[in-house]
Design a protein around this ligand. Structure first.
Ligand code: ADP
Ligand code: ASP
Ligand code: MG
Length: 470
């Protein structure tokens, strides 16, 4: 079988985890699988890189110097443990140090200029994957497998939306096909950096936080692989985040659409964009646990699971604000909704959920809290005349809200689901601020206060007996 295997930050975060990775790759090779690896940064590194760049811009270059030491210590500790006594140790440490020096030089320039452009930020943000790919390739070499690190800046061609660039599939496929098969033919495992790409002119970009999953499916599609395996730190996609709902259970099979809804509504286990390339090419995805590799995990395909279970999972997106535009005079004002969302779109903010009351006296929608202030300012400007005339009375934001999404393809056409959800919430005395149902009927989303979110997740999980499978 020809597979892309992606390993996430926790799977690469310690010497013990990396030994697991080497075993998993070795096993695949022993079964004659042809593999291309995609690797994330070690866990915590991307945050450290971004934080250093932001602080350098704000005048504090010390943070970058400390981050340099911290990253160096972390990579050295792991490599010295894994490659003790090997002739491979020094060369890989030298490569890691060269990249870390580059990082420090970049932060010094940001500090001197006092300015951090999105383009420069992407160069800094992507360094964790470049470090990690070198580390993993050296490890595989040490275990007797020929492997070569590859920066995806040579392979994944993107537009120039720094921070969340989109891949351009046809040049990407061309580069993939010219660079990767020749290595495979020589028995070399390509170890490709996740998360990053570059424009056609070669300027580095990133695909968005958590997007190494996306890199894996982009490569999978470009190379027409048989499957993409996402190795992470849990036993597949579960009925809820196991960190919040300890009884959560693995979902053995899901459709692309179901997992798409879950990922969009906060299930961090898979990046929401990652599903599209796999779906377009009909490539099945497996979500597997690096620390329990024998567990079957989750298989994601077009069909999913046809057992007819209605509700399958509950997810949550946190750190949101609910913006409300309200006023009795809105009814007569033409195009309020269009103008509202036009003004929001202008700020580049994505709206996660919309709800309008039938009396047309208010529209409310959820946006990420860091964006709320600029959205309010844009709306106040757009609606200045209506506010003055009191057609619109108030535009306001309620912070600390969460969207819960109850997801499952079997919900379509099944009456009574919403009633059970509200029953469960009522039992726990949880107030629902707003609700929406996606037109696909694959999900019902609820807006709640942050302080109610965890109890609501557990209450709904119980109500649908998701721990047993209905
Ligand atoms: P990686 O570093 O491997 O990409 P992530 O931290 O991005 O891993 O994603 C895995 C985490 O996603 C899990 O540790 C888990 O806490 C969280 N998670 C959230 N919702 C779910 C869910 N429904 N099923 C499984 N994991 C989930
Ligand atoms: N390292 C990147 C991040 O933390 C990408 C990833 O892990 O998928 O966002
Ligand atoms: Mg992830």
């Amino acid at each position: 079988m020809f597979v892309v295997m992606k390993f996430g930050g926790t799977s690469l975060g310690s010497a013990a985890a990396l030994r697991q990775v080497a075993r998993i790759v070795q096993k695949a090779r022993s079964l004659d699988d042809e593999v291309v690896l995609v690797v994330s940064a070690m866990n915590g590194i991307t945050d450290l890189l971004l934080g250093s760049a932001w602080r350098a811009e704000a005048g504090d270059v010390q943070a970058a110097l400390q981050a340099h030491q911290q990253m160096r210590a972390r990579h050295e500790e792991v490599l010295e443990d894994l490659l003790a006594g090997s002739r491979r140790l020094e060369p890989v440490l030298a490569e890691i140090n060269a990249l870390l020096n580059e990082f420090e030089a970049l932060c010094r320039s940001i500090h001197v200029l006092g300015e951090l452009t999105p383009r420069a930020l992407d160069v800094v943000a992507g360094m964790g994957e470049r470090l990690s790919a070198r580390q993993v390739a050296a490890l595989l070499n040490h275990y007797g497998m020929a492997a070569q690190p590859m920066d995806a800046t040579q392979i994944i061609v993107t537009d120039d939306s720094y921070g969340s660039a989109s891949p351009l599939m046809s040049p990407t496929a061309e580069r993939c096909r010219s660079l990767i098969p020749p290595l495979l033919l020589q028995g070399i495992i390509p170890v490709v950096t996740g998360f990053i790409g570059a424009t056609e002119a070669g300027i580095p970009t990133t695909l968005g936080r958590g997007a190494s999953d996306y890199s894996a499916t982009i490569l999978g599609r470009a190379l027409s692989v048989d499957q993409v395996w996402i190795w992470t730190d849990v036993n597949g996609v579960m009925t809820a985040d196991p960190r919040v709902v300890p009884q959560a259970r693995t979902l053995g099979r899901l459709s692309y659409s179901e997992v798409g809804e879950m990922a969009y509504f906060g299930a961090k286990v898979l990046h929401s964009q990652a599903i599209r390339p796999a779906k377009q090419a009909g490539i099945p995805l497996r979500i597997l646990n690096t620390f329990e590799p024998e567990h079957a995990g989750t298989l994601i395909s077009e069909e999913g699971d046809s057992s007819g279970q209605t509700v399958k999972a509950i997810t949550a997106i946190r750190q949101l604000s609910l913006i409300t535009v309200e006023g009795a005079g809105m009814m007569g004002v033409p195009g309020v909704a269009a103008r509202t969302f036009g003004a929001v779109a202008h700020t580049g903010t994505s709206v996660l959920m919309i709800s309008q009351s039938s009396s047309e006296q208010s529209i409310c929608f959820a946006v990420p809290t860091p964006e709320a202030r600029q959205v309010l300012a844009a709306l106040e400007k757009e609606m200045a005349r209506e506010l003055e005339r009191r057609d619109i009375e108030r535009i306001w934001s309620q912070d600390d809200i969460v969207i819960l999404a109850v997801v499952g393809a079997g919900m379509k056409g099944t009456p009574g689901i919403a009633a059970r959800i509200f029953g469960a919430l009522g039992k726990h005395r949880i107030n629902v601020i707003a609700i929406a149902q996606g037109s696909s009927e694959y999900n019902i989303s609820l807006v709640l206060s942050r302080s109610d979110a965890d109890a609501a997740l557990r209450g709904i999980h119980d109500e649908f007996s998701l721990m047993h499978g209905e």
